[in-house]
Design a protein around this ligand. Sequence first.
Ligand code: NAP
Ligand code: HSE
Length: 430
Amino acid sequence: MKEAIHVGLLGLGTVGCGVYRMIHEHQEELFHRIGLPIQVEKILIRDIHKDRKIIMPDDLLTTDPEDIVNNPNIDVVIEVMGGMEETKELILRALRRRKHVITANKDLLALYSGELLSVASEYGCDLFYEASVGGGIPVLRSVVDGLSSDRIFKMMGIVNGTTNFILTKMTKEKISFEQALADAQALGFAEADPTSDIEGLDAARKMVILSTLGFSMKVSLEDLFIKGISTITPEDIDYADHFGYVIKLIGIARRDHGRVEISVEPAFISKDHPLASVNNEFNAIYIYGEGIGETMLYGPGAGQLPTATAVVSDLVAVAKNMRLGVTGKSALIPYNKKQLKNDEEIFAKYFLRLLVKDEAGSFAKLSTLFAEKNISFEKLSQQPLKGKGMAEVVIITHQTTRKAFQSVLSQLRDMQMVYEIKSGYRVEGE
Ligand code: NAP
Ligand code: HSE
């Protein structure tokens, strides 16, 4: 009979500190739920001299991963250090030593979940990763367990806290992009390299994980359309506001007749839609199923204690499985064949802003081009730029295909009367 669940932590940064704190501050509740105390045995860090702002016995820290992955006393390894190849090797070694693994590492899972899950299953280990999507929101458990009877056909939402924080600050407080990013980094929301947040890659990785589970289909990053927020300007934000929208980085995964589309891109979201009110580092994910209709999960998508909540809840799940003797039975291998939609099957409305020559016939040429592509205008405005011989044209289209919209963009780029395409966004949520 075990006397405790022995845990090794890989990493003691934002999330690792939260996990350590939660294991200690919630020990009574955790004991009640698991029936055993949780004992942190060792913690891997890089810099032994760093000021940790957390009180713990000195001998817990190590810079040698062997002290964890090769430690016979450790039952569960919690990976919250980030990184790719080196981290993957540590996880694989831990699994092969029959240690259960919990990770918050979406970078790894988006690429290697198949391999990691099959090794976990081979060695009878649990591999849980609730914190990899939606921070503290129990979204993966909802998809896998709560909605296990349903057939999910769409998931749409805000799955990156850093970009939502930045866009909120730019929209509501008129703070610059750079300052908002610096604040998000200081608050511990951003990735070690924030480019993956800003350029949409972090959200894309989360959509890969969500889609793989929700559609039971092994999709990969290359299957996604990905665009980040780095080119959004204050003018775009003002235009969105003027037309009744806010700009959000939106992940969409949709399945129709077995064929899927998955994207991450900034979109105009109608102010009436609940996603428009999801601010700061909060995330929200709409899930649409044939049975449930729609349900929305909302909560903090990043940050120390919210993320630690997801990690430690995974630990409770592992510990319960250990006590029941059913570890290693939960790996879900995708069973649907991957079928991707082409750009003619993907429909959306679009916002477009461009500078054109302010002369007779410009508008007629624009109308002809859009009519040729079978795209109709829902809203239209034109503003002459005084003394420049130019006009700013803003268009919101009706539903059209991605193919038609991309084709219009490419033809606009070649038209002499078009000085510049300032911006183009998908429009959602009406
Ligand atoms: P972080 O603050 O940068 O912490 C990383 C920790 O891992 C640090 O303690 C660092 O040691 C240690 N570490 C990194 N590489 C190491 C190596 N090669 N050898 C030994 N120790 C190493 O990162 P974080 O924000 O906690 O994120 C950790 C993971 O959780 C990432 O995969 C991230 O994507 C994921 N995640 C983060 C959040 C969030 O809100 N931050 C939310 C969900 C998921 P030192 O302290 O000595 O530098
Ligand atoms: N950098 C990530 C975000 C952390 O901002 O959403 C949570 O996964």
